[in-house]
Design a binder for this molecule. Structure first.
Ligand code: CTP
Ligand code: MG
Length: 236
């Protein structure tokens, strides 16, 4: 039984700076979204990819995927929403009822190795309803009392770094479990920033499996420089 992957790609990419929506910005001459969809489609665990396009860019995204040979029954495009959470919910709604395993993967993580996709899907299949890939942190992390930009921020404490993980995507879920928390979240404002966070918020169990340093998210301009370098190394 194959998994379906939902790809939220409807963000503006404010932190990347002015330009096209982030998912449509290019890496090695190919849109981030195309890299991400290919990375998922390369996995033998994935049978369907649902792309959540910018609401005003559905036709453009369909055309773009088409022009990169990514059209057909195994790729669908839906309109995303105003928040990542809404985009994922709209993507989930487009998945056929008989699919049991759902992966959610940011379009902004174009270089995720197929091994990570496979490992997450396998962990869900083996009975974990919520699985996230993650890596240890390089930096020490401090919790602070936030202040207006530029003002010194008092430190509250320093969590033991060995217990911290930076989480990536694809995150993998039992479809019913993910669907349930997205419905519950409709009537409650949360500060949650990822899908596993929603599961946790409503009392569910989440496990972490090893991620990969190349699954980093393209967020700021420097990330694009790094991604270009990783791609060049792969192509060498
Ligand atoms: N996303 C989405 N719908 C939204 C907002 C975000 O589908 N309304 C997607 C983005 O396209 C991205 C992923 O969620 O693939 C991770 O979000 P992030 O890195 O924050 O992307 P953006 O929201 O586009 O960037 P920024 O926060 O800098 O504006
Ligand atoms: Mg964002």
């Amino acid at each position: 039984q194959l998994a379906a992957a939902v790809v939220p790609a409807a963000g503006r990419g404010e932190r990347l700076g002015p330009g096209a929506p982030k998912a449509l910005r290019e890496l090695g001459g190919v849109p981030l979204l195309v890299h991400a969809v290919r990375a998922l489609a390369r996995s033998r665990a994935v049978g369907l990819v649902v792309v959540c396009a910018p609401p005003d860019g559905v036709a453009e995204v369909v055309g773009l995927l088409d022009s990169h040979g990514l059209e057909g029954d195994d790729v669908r495009v839906v309109a995303g929403g105003a928040t990542r959470q809404e985009s994922v919910r709209l993507g989930l709604a487009a998945i056929p009822a008989d699919i049991r395993v759902v992966l959610v993967h940011d379009a902004a993580r174009p270089l995720v190795p197929v091994e990570v996709v496979d490992a997450v899907a396998a962990a869900v299949r083996s009975g974990h309803p919520a699985v996230v890939p993650a890596v240890p942190l390089a930096d020490t992390v401090k919790r602070v009392e936030p202040q207006p930009a530029g003002a010194p921020e008092p430190v509250l404490d320093t969590p033991d770094r060995s217990t911290l993980r930076a989480v990536q995507t694809p995150q993998g879920f039992d479809r019913a479990a993910l669907h349930e928390v997205h419905l519950k979240a409709l009537t409650e404002e949360t500060s949650v920033t990822d899908d596993a966070g929603l599961i946790e918020h409503f009392g569910g169990r989440v496990v972490v499996v090893p991620g990969h340093e190349e699954a980093f998210k393209v967020t700021r301009p420097l990330d694009l420089v790094l991604a270009e370098a990783v791609l060049a190394r792969r192509r060498a």
